[in-house]
Design a protein around this ligand. Structure first.
Ligand code: FMN
Ligand code: SF4
Ligand code: SF4
Length: 256
């Protein structure tokens, strides 16, 4: 059996889980292909039997950038493909996967598992989003890793496991996500680089949206930001600012 795993990860949480699921599926005798959507090759139809999709949750919804990639690049399969999607996130709230399920069904991919996995909050720019304590992050990670194994087994066996947040909340979550995705680029215009910037260009190189251009050795931020915060977290000298305030970096799991 062949499994394809596609994910987007701004700061590593979703990648960490994707790697764990890959390891679990390999143990379950699945040959596994693991790609970030930023460097995935062209996906050939019928080249896999199972599909796993991983995305962070932004404003209570899977990342639109990831969903747009799937709409454009996921091929239509000739046989139904059992599919699982997980979201890594800060909170324990469930996710509405109904629209994603519909989009996948049109490509003959059957979303049998939808799962929200609390890990840690990487969005430290807006202080209203509570920082996850190291203790909480540890217990979240332990629970998520155990969950990965169970989810992988369910996927291989074809056992459905779906989250249901109810219609009213689903409509509200979607509306908030659409609005926030429209506002992101406006908010992102407030990014900048402080005096300590050494002009290394790493932020520009890492940005998944090519939203940063280097001009005269300084980063300039454009209008297509998705607020993934990768630029903030990869700057070697903590130079990136928001509203002229230095942005706190998130301690990425893989670096700990
Ligand atoms: C712009 C933005 C919005 C977010 N909104 C939510 C949210 O609504 N609910 C939540 O639980 N976590 C939210 N988070 C936290 C992330 O979903 C969480 O840290 C995720 O695991 C990050 O994954 P990554 O490291 O793979 O990018 C948000 C993060 C960002 C950057
Ligand atoms: S500018 Fe920064 S936060 Fe915005 S998309 Fe690029 S890396 Fe992500
Ligand atoms: S990564 Fe930091 S130091 Fe390098 S160009 Fe960007 S802001 Fe400047």
């Amino acid at each position: 059996m062949k499994a394809l795993i596609l994910y987007f990860s701004g700061t590593g949480n979703t990648r960490f889980i994707a790697k764990q699921i890959a390891a679990d599926l390999e143990e379950l005798q699945c040959e596994t292909m693991l790609y970030s959507i930023e460097d995935a090759p062209k996906i050939e139809p019928d080249s896999y039997d199972l599909l796993v999709l991983g995305s962070p949750k932004y404003f209570e919804y899977p990342v639109f950038f990831f969903l747009d990639y799937l709409k454009e690049n996921l091929p239509c399969s000739s046989k139904p493909v059992p599919t699982m999607m997980y979201c890594t996130q800060a909170s324990p709230l469930m996710t509405d996967f109904t629209k994603v399920k519909k989009m996948l069904a049109a490509k003959n991919h059957n979303l049998i598992i939808g799962k929200s996995l609390p890990v840690a909050n990487n969005f430290l720019i807006f202080k209203s989003f509570e920082k996850t304590t190291p203790e909480k992050r540890k217990t979240n990670l332990e629970a998520a890793l155990a969950e990965c194994r169970q989810l992988s087994e369910k996927l291989v066996k074809g056992t459905p496991s779906e989250e249901n947040i109810g219609k009213a909340l689903a409509v509200a979550d979607r509306a908030v996500a659409v609005l926030c995705n429209k506002l992101f680029p406006v908010f992102a215009m407030k990014y900048g680089a402080g005096e300590s910037c050494i002009g290394c260009g790493l932020c520009a190189k890492k940005c998944p949206k090519n939203n940063i251009k280097m001009a005269n050795g300084r980063p300039e931020f454009g209008k297509s930001c998705i607020f993934c915060t990768r630029c903030v977290n990869n700057c070697p000298v903590h130079a990136i600012t928001y509203h002229n305030q230095t942005c706190e970096q998130y301690h990425m799991i893989e670096k700990i």
